[in-house]
Design a protein around this ligand. Structure first.
Ligand code: NAD
Length: 485
């Protein structure tokens, strides 16, 4: 399999890229080379955009219920292929099979939501805005839309974008992460089998050249980006400079606050899953816990014990909880962060550099205590199974610490005190909140609402925002005279 060179998917045809430059895709659990992904050229991209633009002419005029029916068929095929899709995710990304299945389910829910397009795309009207005058608002697709996605959710994140974009009548060019390109190949096959007309969905594999090509191309009307903060900021600034509509979902540093009335059994289960699931490579991962002093010792002791019991290994193996990080560089980068935490005076009570499998890019569950907000491990998004614990006097101090972060993606509170819950909701900066749960990632019909440096733009992915993002409006104001009646 390692020799296999991926091809771009343009106009319903698998086309060899114009490039001679390929990058190897690895299974991070075994270090096995899976395939070669082309770092495609702007010529490849121009071709894809041209084809997508041509396809737009008839797709935009295809009746909305007919477009939605493609989603019904696609949904059926996704359900039939759930296991295969999940296995592919585990092989190229490393997360456990049960987490991969969860990801597939989340993707499928986006297709369910997109299938409601006939309702979601309805405009609204007012029969009487003045004597004999009425106003109606209509929604129209934009044209060619570009999607740029990260490695950590090879299925779910593209599904935040293309189902709604295409059901609204746009055509789509996907640039998947070059580290996890295989799942998108399968998506294209299933969309084709669903009866999607050629050219409506296209894939151009590659890296920054394709991103820049999408940002510069005059026919690309909107860009959906999900990835790290520096790249997301760049994409937002360049895209808007080129007068495109851009939504850019970026990095995170999610805090969980644990109050003394919390049920510690369920809280610890939730924190273990939120901090170490998917090897911490989730934009909604729990990276910092602030815990009330009264229960801090007991919490830390029980959390450490639970973390030590985590099964590390290949995500395809039964019972594996913690898979590898994506590449050797990510493993080495994480080890450097652990070193930095020690240098800056944090207390390393569980060291993820120890007792690792002999092959694969693994990092074990890591816990630092005595972390302060001037430390690099508190500030940076490490994107690995490294958790910082901070003791706090009360809820107010926990919120103050969380709000110091430049990021504001998710935050969780563990408590059953209604007043504390309300206070938390009213005062925390983060855009996606969890109460007594660890990963508050909203379902498809709610917007994925990151804030501060976790999001650049106005309209988020998912929910009603996504319909607004992928459409533009015409408001018709019409006078109807009485003379001819
Ligand atoms: P990344 O920023 O390295 O890559 C994301 C995409 O941008 C990829 O397609 C990549 O090819 C492209 N890219 C990378 N460097 C580029 C450059 N210099 N110029 C132009 N394009 C470039 O992110 P990643 O490592 O693949 O994914 C992890 C990041 O994604 C984390 O920061 C995580 O928090 C974030 N993420 C955020 C959300 C969210 O909803 N906020 C969801 C998932 C992941």
């Amino acid at each position: 399999m390692s020799e296999r060179k991926l091809k771009n998917y343009i106009g319903g045809t698998w086309l060899e890229s114009d490039t001679t430059n390929y990058e190897t895709v690895y299974n991070p659990a075994t270090e096995e080379a899976l395939c070669e992904v082309p770092l495609s050229t702007k010529l490849d991209l121009d071709h894809a955009v041209k084809i997508a633009d041509e396809a737009f002419e008839s797709w935009k005029n295809t009746a909305v219920p007919k477009r939605a029916r493609v989603m019904y068929k696609f949904h059926e095929l996704l359900m039939d292929n759930k296991e295969e899709l999940a296995k592919l995710i585990t092989i190229e990304n490393g997360k456990s099979l049960s987490e991969a299945l969860g990801e597939v389910q989340r993707g499928i829910e986006n297709v369910e939501f997109a299938a409601s397009a006939p309702t979601l795309m309805m405009g609204d009207s007012l029969t009487s805005i003045a004597t004999d005058v009425e106003a109606t608002n209509y929604k129209y697709p934009l044209g060619v839309v570009g999607g740029i996605t990260p490695f950590n959710f090879p299925m779910m994140v593209p599904f935040w974008m293309f189902p709604m974009a295409i059901v609204c009548g746009n055509t789509f060019v996907l640039k998947p992460s070059e580290k996890t390109p295989l799942l998108s190949e399968k998506i294209a096959e299933l969309l084709e089998e669903s009866g999607l007309p050629k050219g409506v969905f296209n894939i151009v594999f590659g890296a920054h050249d394709i991103v820049n090509g999408l940002l510069e191309h005059e026919k690309v009307k909107a860009i959906s980006f999900v990835g790290s903060q520096p790249v997301g900021q760049y994409v937002y600034q360049e895209g808007t400079k080129n007068l495109k509509r851009v939504q850019s979902l970026t990095g995170a540093k999610n805090h969980s606050i644990i109050l003394k009335d919390a049920n510690l059994d369920t809280t610890i289960k939730n924190i273990i899953s939120a901090a170490y699931g998917s090897a911490g490579e989730r934009c909604m991962a729990c990276t910092v816990v602030t815990v009330e002093e009264d229960i801090a010792d007991e919490f830390i002791e029980r959390l450490t014990q639970a973390a030590k019991e985590i099964k590390i290994g290949n995500g395809l193996d039964e019972g594996t909880f913690l898979g590898p990080v994506i590449r050797k560089e990510n493993q080495e980068r994480t080890f450097k962060y652990i070193e930095k935490g020690l240098e800056e005076g944090a207390n390393l009570i569980l060291d993820g550099r120890e007792n690792l499998p002999s092959e694969g890019y693994f990092v074990g569950p890591t816990i630092f205590t005595d972390v302060t907000t001037d430390m690099t491990i508190w500030k940076d998004e490490i994107f690995a199974p490294v958790l910082s614990v901070i003791r706090v006097k009360n809820l107010q101090e926990g919120i103050e610490i969380a709000n110091k972060s430049e990021f504001a993606n998710g935050a969780c509170l563990f408590s059953n005190n209604a007043s504390a819950i309300r206070y938390f909701r009213e005062n925390i900066d983060a855009g996606m909140l969890g109460i007594n749960l660890g990963v508050p990632a909203p379902v498809s019909f709610f917007a994925f609402s990151g804030y501060k440096s976790s999001f650049y733009g106005d309209l988020h992915c998912n929910g009603k925002d996504s319909v607004e993002f992928y459409t533009h409006r015409k408001v018709v104001t019409a006078r109807y005279g009485q003379e001819d009646i």
